[in-house]
Write a protein that binds this ligand. Structure first.
Ligand code: ADE
Ligand code: ZN
Length: 349
């Protein structure tokens, strides 16, 4: 215990939402294309002369009634079709980063899906430059540390992932890691074992979506074949006791996204979410927004709604925020500074 160790029991339950909102935190699982608000989709569609099959912002928002991951992805890829120019990617990322700063997110590691854009004739350079310029400005103007993780779309082939990697390598100083996203069931991690091995040789951090809708077996192969450092979602792991022990023993973080899980019907309601059980089992669980424009909330909404529904405590809030820094790919010095800041925030609350 350090001299400034927080006294969790002194924090009254009615102040928990304020604590959750004000505490410094890292976001480790968000798709920047999933931060495109309907208003920005319409503005970019008009700016670029792209037609979208919705009459209005309200009409588009009404379509956000999802039954599973695929029903969301169809709309998410359609929304991303308005992004054409470097400035579009900048504007999208900048809008999210301002929001992150306002929610006391001090570090964010943002996924991007280049194949969604290069398939429409947008150059890799356009995508990476716009996003990276926003990251640089976020540090300078908002004090937010922001980094990029390039994701391969798992419904496409490994050959296409290799080609995407080749296209991205000239810009390798502008992203820190590689991820795997899109339609999970039927596209297990092992499909990408060789390209992940190459990315590992190249020195990238590795993560993958696994156990969102897919079985615990996909989490095992993400760990053993892809050799990921974190598992995105991973909530299905609780169905496999041996896997839970492995995740706890190896300190593999799960980037859990409660409102996403709710909106994609992974859990029937937030009260039944297993975030508390994951923490109780000693896992390095974190809270994240996934696709905040589509799932009804950014970071703080994820924290506040989940805590209200599940009865998680101030101590668990501290644990989740501390986990987010521990599991981030920032420098050891930055991580320690944020963890100290978190501790001071709780002690002074
Ligand atoms: N792409 C964007 N959001 C995703 C999610 N929740 N799962 C898989 N792929 C995604
Ligand atoms: Zn995701």
């Amino acid at each position: 215990m350090t001299p400034h160790a927080p006294n969790f029991s002194a924090i009254p339950a009615e102040r928990l939402p304020e604590l959750l909102r004000t505490m410094p935190k890292a976001e480790l699982h968000m798709h920047i294309e999933g931060s495109l608000e309907p208003e920005l989709i319409f503005a970019l569609a008009q700016r670029n002369g792209v037609s979208i099959p919705y009459a209005s912002v309200e009409d588009l928002r009404k379509a956000y009634a999802f039954t599973n991951l695929q029903s969301f992805l169809d709309i998410y890829y359609a929304g991303a079709s308005v992004l054409l120019k470097e400035q579009d990617f900048y504007d999208m990322a900048w809008a999210y980063l301002q929001r992150a700063a306002a929610e006391n997110v001090v570090r964010t590691e943002m996924f991007f899906d280049p194949q969604t854009h290069t398939a429409r004739g947008v150059a890799m350079e356009t995508v990476v430059s716009g996003l990276h310029r926003a990251c640089v400005d976020a540090q300078a103007q908002l004090g937010v540390s922001a980094a990029l993780i390039l994701c391969f779309l798992r419904h496409l082939s490994e050959e296409e992932a290799f080609a995407t990697l080749e296209q991205a390598l000239p810009y390798r100083d502008k992203f820190i890691g590689i991820g795997l996203d899109s339609s999970e069931v039927g596209h297990p991690p092992e499909k990408f074992a060789r390209v992940f091995a190459r990315c590992r040789e190249l020195g990238f951090h590795l993560v993958a979506h696994a156990g969102e809708e897919g079985p615990p077996a996909y989490v095992w192969t993400a760990l053993d074949l892809l050799k990921v450092e974190r598992v995105d979602h991973g909530v299905q792991s609780s169905k496999d006791a041996a896997l839970m022990r492995r995740l706890a023993a190896d300190r593999i973080a799960l980037t859990v996204c409660p409102l996403s899980n709710l909106k994609l019907c992974v859990f029937p309601d937030l009260a039944q979410h297993n975030l508390g059980a994951l923490l109780d089992a000693g896992l390095v669980a974190t809270v994240n927004s996934d696709d905040p424009a589509y799932f009804g909330g950014y970071m703080n909404e994820n924290f506040v709604q989940t805590f209200a529904a599940t009865g998680l405590t101030a101590q668990q809030a501290f644990q989740l925020a501390d986990n987010s820094f521990v599991a981030s790919f920032a420098t050891a010095a930055d991580k320690q500074a944020w963890r100290d800041r978190l501790q001071a925030h709780f002690a002074g609350f």
